[in-house]
Design a protein around this ligand. Structure first.
Ligand code: PLP
Length: 490
């Protein structure tokens, strides 16, 4: 493809992408294809001779789009929606056009410098303390691929800092702390690093947030056994229910120790942009006790996947753990320490120019627009909560959190009814109910199990969701609930 052919194909691609967005609501939210559909449709090997671009572009429409689940659909309430924007998309397009791996300052100064600046802008947007700013030259921010990478990198830094302070500690005695509600990224990191991971029990009466006492007891038990807990992953807004670990209590317990506090605010961290949510999201304690923090822009933060913002209190602990500098990577500025070399802040060498899309989004929305978007999602979720509250057939499994509601069907039994449902039968009812919603192409909801209770998650966040979509979703939920209840009662 030459430049003029690209110009033509590019215009066509943008046209088709716009048509795609216009057509979103007419499409089923979840892809309806069966496993293996694409292998059947595609040849066994790449074509020997190059093909015409028009044929390739048409095949995207014909073969790929049907296999796409439309995360940007306004009735996507599953997982945590990814709120993407055209600004973000254009950022990716421009970044792709220069396609450079930006691993150190020299490899493309703008990539490093823009990242350092937008991470400071973002830190200020979220109210983070000055010690997290790149301009502090002590702490700093870097864009990672995902929250899982952010946690892995934090754990690597924490381990290196801990073992330097405690020489002679055996690798097998090191322990990562998570909770029973932490995202699987904690266990995954332990698996990758060959470390032990202990999931501390959190309780329903604490709204599934980790308490200081539980942590204190675990530390006492483990140290008595000669073990070395060296990092705790505290979550602000867990995946299942949006639970918040009590950072104030955790901080009091770990104060003065060498235990690293990594705050996983992958989903809910964006609420820190709004002053009214900062107490709930524990901003003061993140600033006071957090050694590192992760907020995913690519979830609820208006930036297209992927863009995971990661800050550390002390950048040297990170770079000491990750810096390997062979001769071919040495540069004058790097040697002099006058620039950031982001290759030492993450796992890979090369890195995408992700700061561009964050820059586009923050400039186009402004801080006010960003905050308003978060507020809009929370308000829509509050509206959904009000609908659930009015219905006698549903109950909340956990307290609604920001833009997430976890609920289930709880049948109203008449007085004198002979039915006394067990947990298992209520779980069966809710499985049936959820499965029924999955047969409806107009909506997508995902499920979870909390303390043995099967429940449904309703997560608001897609950029185009409005009150009408909540109303439609609620009507559908009621319809399917009625059918599920009818089947269950027989
Ligand atoms: N942390 C929390 C609280 C999450 O909800 C999720 C995903 O939903 C993750 C981490 C993992 O995010 P990523 O895909 O960026 O690794």
């Amino acid at each position: 493809m030459d430049i003029e052919q690209f110009r033509k194909a590019g215009y066509q691609a943008i046209d088709r992408i716009c048509d795609y967005f216009y057509s979103l609501e007419k499409r089923p939210v979840a892809s309806q294809v069966q496993p293996g559909y694409l292998r059947e449709a595609l040849p066994d090997s790449a074509p020997e001779q190059g093909e015409e671009w028009d044929t390739i572009a048409d095949d995207y429409q014909k073969l790929i789009l049907p296999g796409i689940t439309h995360w940007q659909h306004p009735s996507f309430f599953a997982y945590f929606p990814t709120a993407s924007t055209f600004e973000g998309l254009l950022g990716d397009l421009y970044a792709s056009s220069t396609s450079n791996p930006g691993f150190n300052w020299n490899s493309s100064p703008a990539c490093t410098e823009l990242e350092a600046v937008v991470m400071d802008w973002s830190a200020k947007l979220f109210g983070l303390g000055d010690h997290f700013l790149n301009s502090s030259e002590i702490g700093g921010g870097v864009i990672q691929t995902t929250a899982s990478d952010s946690a892995l990198v934090a754990i690597v830094a924490a381990r290196s800092a801990y073992t330097k302070k405690h020489p002679g500690v055996k690798h097998e005695d090191l322990i990562i702390y998570t909770t029973t509600q932490t995202h699987s990224l904690g266990t995954k990191a332990a698996l990758v690093l060959g470390l032990q991971c202990r999931a501390l029990q959190v309780k329903a009466e604490d709204e599934f947030g980790l308490r200081g006492d539980t942590l204190k007891q675990a530390i006492e038990e483990d140290t008595k056994q000669g073990k070395h807990p060296f990092v705790i992953i505290a979550t602000i807004g867990t995946t299942s229910s949006g639970a918040i670990d009590r950072l104030n209590e955790i901080g009091e317990v770990v104060k003065g120790s060498s235990l690293w506090v990594h705050v996983d605010a992958a989903w809910a961290g964006v609420t820190l942009s709004c002053p009214e949510f900062r107490d709930i999201a524990q901003l003061d304690y993140i600033n006071k006790y957090g050694d590192s923090l992760c907020v995913n822009f690519h979830k609820w933060g208006l930036v297209n996947f992927d863009a995971s913002a990661f800050w550390v209190r002390d950048r040297k602990l990170l770079t000491d753990a990750l810096d390997i500098t062979p001769e071919y990577l040495r540069t004058k500025h790097g040697d002099a320490g006058t620039v950031i070399d982001y290759r030492n802040w993450h796992l890979a060498l090369g890195r995408r120019f992700r700061s561009l899309k964050i820059w586009f989004v923050l400039r186009s929305f402004g801080q006010e627009g960003f905050r308003n978007y978060i507020r809009k999602s929370v308000a829509l979720n509050n509206y959904f909560v009000s609908l659930v509250k009015q219905s006698p057939s549903f109950s909340f499994v956990t307290k609604p959190s920001f833009a997430l509601t976890v609920f289930r069907l709880t049948p109203q039994l008449h007085e004198g009814s002979k039915i006394s449902p067990t947990q298992e039968s209520l779980n069966d009812l809710n499985r049936e109910f959820h499965n029924r919603t999955l047969t409806r192409p107009e909506i997508l909801l995902t499920q979870t199990v909390i303390d043995g209770v099967f429940c449904i998650r309703f997560a608001v966040g897609a950029e185009r969701t409005t009150k009408e979509h909540i109303d439609k979703a609620w009507a559908l939920i009621q319809e399917e609930a009625e059918v599920a209840l009818g089947i269950w009662a027989k």
